[in-house]
Ligand binder design. Structure first.
Ligand SMILES: Cc1cc2nc3c(=O)[nH]c(=O)nc-3n(C[C@H](O)[C@H](O)[C@H](O)COP(=O)(O)O)c2cc1C
Length: 176
């Protein structure tokens, strides 16, 4: 199986996971935006990774668009976010990011990345400031654990990424 790991990352966390997975599978690793149409033709299996922005997986729509004409191509997807890994995260991400048909045969994995405010683009910095303000306006007792966590990590660079998190996705791809 000719495998490529393709990713979209804004501050480097998804890139780190993509490189770990590519290394473990001895696969090529590409940034989605650097991939030429000819590059897609060389592979029959793709691992797509993108970071979470308001529950959506960055770049996934574009990735799907770019592989839709390819024949006999299979893929799996991973998302990287700041939220801790919990049982309800993957079902929610599947619901928000995969069509009913895709849910039948595409597996989705979630890994915890981190947060790096200083490395964000201006648009994302503004969004995060607004989000923080919105959370701060809520009485403390009404804030969800995720919201409390966000307020805590917002100001400093945090990195929760762990190489061993990729074991599941690597084992899954090797089993195909
Ligand atoms: C505008 C914005 C929205 C975000 N939304 C989510 C989210 O819904 N869930 C989550 O877990 N993390 C969210 N994050 C955090 C990023 O997904 C997280 O920092 C991730 O590790 C970034 O990976 P990257 O550096 O590869 O882009 C958000 C970050 C930004 C800037």
């Amino acid at each position: 199986m000719r495998i490529a790991v393709v990713y979209t990352s804004t501050t480097g966390f998804t890139q780190k996971y993509a490189m770990w997975i590519a290394e473990a599978l001895e696969a090529e690793c590409y940034k989605l935006k650097d991939m030429k149409n000819d590059d897609f033709e060389k592979y029959d299996f793709f691992v797509y990774g993108g970071s979470l922005h308001a529950i959506g997986i960055n770049g996934l729509k574009e990735f799907k668009e770019r592989i839709k004409e390819l024949k006999n191509t299979k893929w799996t997807v991973f998302a990287v976010g700041a939220t801790p890994v919990k049982d309800d995260v993957v079902p929610l991400l599947i619901k928000e990011n995969l069509t009913l048909e895709e849910r039948e045969n595409i597996k989705l994995f979630y890994f915890r990345g981190g947060f790096d405010y200083d490395a964000l683009k201006i648009k994302d910095k503004i969004m995060m400031k607004l989000l923080k303000l919105k959370i701060k306006m809520k009485p403390e007792k009404d804030r969800t654990p995720d919201e409390k966590g966000m307020i805590n990590v917002y100001d400093q660079r945090t990195d929760f990424s762990q190489k061993k998190s990729i074991d599941g996705i690597v084992a899954y791809i090797r089993s195909l």
